[in-house]
Design a protein around this ligand. Structure first.
Ligand SMILES: Cc1cc2nc3c(=O)[nH]c(=O)nc-3n(C[C@H](O)[C@H](O)[C@H](O)COP(=O)(O)OP(=O)(O)OC[C@H]3O[C@@H](n4cnc5c(N)ncnc54)[C@H](O)[C@@H]3O)c2cc1C
Length: 303
C-alpha cells in the first residue's frame, strides 16, 4: 500500500472533457480493483481527501488545484457471470468506458445500454449520476442487479439495486461518497441489428440536438421540476429552454460560451480561464432567475 505510485502536482486538464486547467496535489492512476482499494486506504492513512475521477465528463473544476488525492479510474474489466437463452448477467468494472460497453453489448446482442450511445465517461460515473437518455426515457441504473462498493472505511461491500435509490440524476452515492468497484447488470438478449438501429437513432438525435465532439461537460443545469413547470405555465421542464428564452444562446465570456445549438451546454473554445467560466455561470443563473424566478441547480458537479 505504501508503494502506491503517487504523482505530485499532476496536470489533470486532459482528463476533463471541459478542459479547465487544474492540477491535482496528489494523483494516482488506478488500474485494478486492488488499486482502488489501496488508494482509499492510502487516503485514510495519510489523512487526505480522495476524489475519484471517471471520464471527467460531468465535472466543472474551477479551482486551479485539487487538494488531496485524485484517483483516475482506469480499472477496466468485463466478465460474463451467467449466460441463459434470454439474458446474460455481466459484471462491469467501474472504470470501464461506457462507449466500449455499448459497443460490446450491441455486437454481442445484449440489450439495455443501446440508447446511451454517445454517453461519455465510465460505468462508475454513470452509476453515480444515474445518467439518462430522453428518447425513450432510459436510466443507466435501470438494469443494475447489484454492485460492489468501497465504503468510507475502505471496506468492500455488496449492495443491491434498491440501495442506490436511483432517481433523475441521482444515486445515494452522491451522499455516501462510496466508490463503485463493479456493477452487475442483467441484460436481455436481442438481435444486434435491432440494437444497432436503436443506438444509431439515439446518436443521430443527440448529434442533431447537442453540440458534439467539442469541449463541454454535457447539460450543465438540471431540468426544472414538473411543479415549477406548471407554476410557470410552460410546456417543458428543459433548463436549456429557460436559458435560451433568457436570451443567452451564444453568450460568451473569455473562451467559454453558451452553445448556440443547445443552450444548456457550455463550451470551452480552448484555453478558457476558470474565472470566466464562473462569471458565465453566474450570468446564466442571474438572467434565468430574473426572467422566470427560478434558481437553476447544477447537474454538473462544480468544484
Ligand atoms: C458531450 C457530453 C454528453 C453528455 N450526455 C449525457 C447524457 O446524455 N446523459 C447524462 O446523464 N449525462 C450526460 N453527460 C454527462 C456525463 O457524461 C455523465 O454524467 C457521465 O455518466 C459521467 O461519467 P464520468 O465517468 O465522466 O464521471 P466523472 O465526471 O468523472 O465524475 C462524476 C462524479 O461521479 C463520481 N464517480 C466517478 N466514478 C465513480 C465511481 N466508480 N464510484 C463512485 N463515484 C464515482 C466522481 O467522483 C464525480 O463525483 C454528457 C457529457 C458530455 C461531455
Amino acid at each position: 500500500m505504501t508503494n502506491l505510485k503517487v504523482e505530485k502536482n499532476k496536470d489533470i486538464s486532459n482528463f476533463l472533457t471541459l478542459k479547465t486547467r487544474v492540477k491535482a496535489e496528489y494523483f494516482f492512476d488506478a488500474k485494478t480493483r486492488q488499486d482502488l482499494i489501496a488508494a482509499k486506504k492510502y487516503s485514510l492513512k495519510n489523512d487526505l481527501s480522495m476524489f475519484l475521477l471517471g471520464g471527467g465528463s460531468n465535472l466543472a473544476i474551477t479551482k486551479d488545484a485539487l487538494a488531496g488525492l485524485t484517483v483516475k479510474n482506469d480499472y477496466r474489466e468485463l466478465k460474463v457471470l451467467e449466460d441463459s437463452p434470454d439474458s446474460v448477467i455481466v459484471s462491469v468494472s467501474s472504470g470501464y468506458p461506457v462507449t466500449l460497453l455499448i459497443a460490446k453489448s450491441i455486437a454481442t446482442g445484449w440489450g439495455g445500454f443501446e440508447f446511451h450511445q454517445g454517453l461519455p465517461g465510465t460505468v462508475g460515473g454513470a452509476i453515480y449520476m444515474n445518467s439518462k437518455w430522453t428518447k425513450p426515457p432510459t436510466y443507466f441504473g435501470d438494469d443494475l442487479l447489484y454492485a460492489y462498493l468501497i465504503d468510507e472505511k475502505a471496506e468492500v461491500k455488496k449492495v443491491d439495486r434498491e440501495y442506490f435509490q436511483f432517481a433523475y440524476d441521482y444515486s445515494i452515492l452522491q451522499k455516501t461518497h462510496e466508490i463503485v468497484l463493479e456493477g452487475i447488470f442483467q441484460l436481455g438478449k436481442a438481435d444486434p441489428k435491432i440494437l444497432r438501429e436503436k443506438a444509431a437513432f439515439a446518436l443521430d438525435y443527440r448529434k442533431k440536438t447537442q453540440p458534439y465532439g467539442i469541449a463541454s461537460s454535457g447539460c450543465f443545469f438540471r431540468n426544472i421540476t414538473e411543479d415549477q413547470k406548471n407554476k410557470l405555465k410552460l410546456s417543458t421542464t428543459s433548463a436549456g429552454y429557460l436559458i435560451d428564452q433568457a436570451g443567452l444562446k451564444g453568450r460568451t465570456i473569455g473562451n467559454f460560451y453558451v452553445s448556440p445549438v443547445h443552450a444548456n451546454f457550455i463550451i470551452n473554445r480552448g484555453g478558457g480561464k476558470s474565472e470566466d467560466l464562473v462569471r458565465l455561470l453566474n450570468l446564466i443563473r442571474g438572467e434565468v432567475e430574473k426572467k422566470f424566478g427560478v434558481k437553476l441547480e447544477e447537474e454538473v458537479i462544480v468544484i
